[in-house]
Design a protein around this ligand. Structure first.
Ligand code: DGL
Length: 289
């Protein structure tokens, strides 16, 4: 993962330190939970708002103009209500498009999540890497730019999965996701050429690490899977400063906000509580096409 570099240059080195900073972690759905877990580890004292724009899910299918307008509109409401010190866009599909507009509109720092092309290029030995992402992320100029800048010497396969994010959500809701479906979605990542084969796959949608163990089992051969979450957490510590060690014992203060809330099954509520999100609010914002 490469944490988007603009955050540092636009906003300087550190956010003014203050006790228990409020961090807003945003995704189209449940994928941002993989980033949330690492964020809490970096700053256990933070007050967390986890926001899922489930009324807009999946973002991977939205055209660019609609997605920019949607994220700005949802963020407007969330920021007015929660006043975060820092926002993490825990969504590649949004980050690869909307960050400039968010930074132009709002004053607090934004950390984005973008495909880990640079670490993948540094890790591969075969020179064959695959970017597993949503159809939106693989189509972005931003993603192509990262490849041109960092992976010129590699053969990069872009795989836009239409179903994996939904399958990850289904699993968290307590439903079954069959092996054949997951296997079909990851199969195009595994490429052979002139006796070499893919050895690195970047998980360039935050939903995908939720299925990582299943993907490892279903992979035709072992590869390095790159999960962006630890790099995001390092960026959080850079911007907010390291854990001051002042976190009270017990779970962090955290709330989850959904823009629809229609998928909130019992198993999902239990899973959310496992991430410290027992307090759930609905902020109804139907998606207007
Ligand atoms: N979690 C989002 C990402 O990282 C995408 C899922 C969606 O299509 O909404 O790209």
């Amino acid at each position: 993962m490469q944490v988007d570099l603009l955050a540092g240059t636009v906003y300087g080195a550190l956010v003014m330190p203050r006790p228990s900073p409020r961090i807003l972690v945003f995704d189209s759905g449940l994928g941002g939970l993989t980033v949330l877990a690492q964020t809490i580890r970096a700053r256990p004292d933070a007050r967390i708002v986890y926001a899922a724009d489930d009324a807009g899910f999946p973002y991977g299918r939205l055209d660019q103009e609609l997605l920019v307008a949607r994220v700005l509109a949802v963020m407007e409401r969330l920021i007015a209500r929660h006043h975060p010190d820092l926002v993490i866009i825990a969504c590649n599909t949004a980050s690869t498009l909307v960050l400039p507009a968010l930074r132009a509109r709002f004053g607090m720092p934004f950390i984005g999540t973008v495909p880990a092309i640079k670490p993948a290029a540094e890790t591969t030995r075969s020179g064959l890497i695959s970017v597993l992402a949503t159809p939106g992320t693989v189509a972005r100029d931003y993603t192509r730019g990262l490849i041109a800048t960092y992976a010129g010497a590699c053969a990069v396969t872009l795989v836009g999965s239409t179903r994996l994010a939904g399958l990850a959500e289904a699993v968290l809701r307590g439903e079954d996701a069959d092996d054949a479906a997951i296997g079909e979605e990851i199969a195009p990542c595994f490429v052979t050429a002139e006796g070499r084969r893919t050895d690195v796959v970047t998980l360039s949608c935050t939903h995908y690490p939720l299925l990582l163990e299943r993907m490892k089992q279903l992979a035709p051969w072992p590869v390095s899977w790159i999960d962006p979450a630890p790099a995001i957490a390092r960026r959080v510590a850079q911007l907010l400063g390291p854990d001051p060690g002042s976190a009270p014992s017990g779970p962090p203060e955290a709330v989850a906000v959904f823009t629809a809330g229609t998928g909130l099954t019992g198993p999902l509520r239990i899973a959310l509580a496992g991430y410290g999100l027992a307090d759930i609010a609905i902020l109804p914002m139907p998606l207007e096409h």
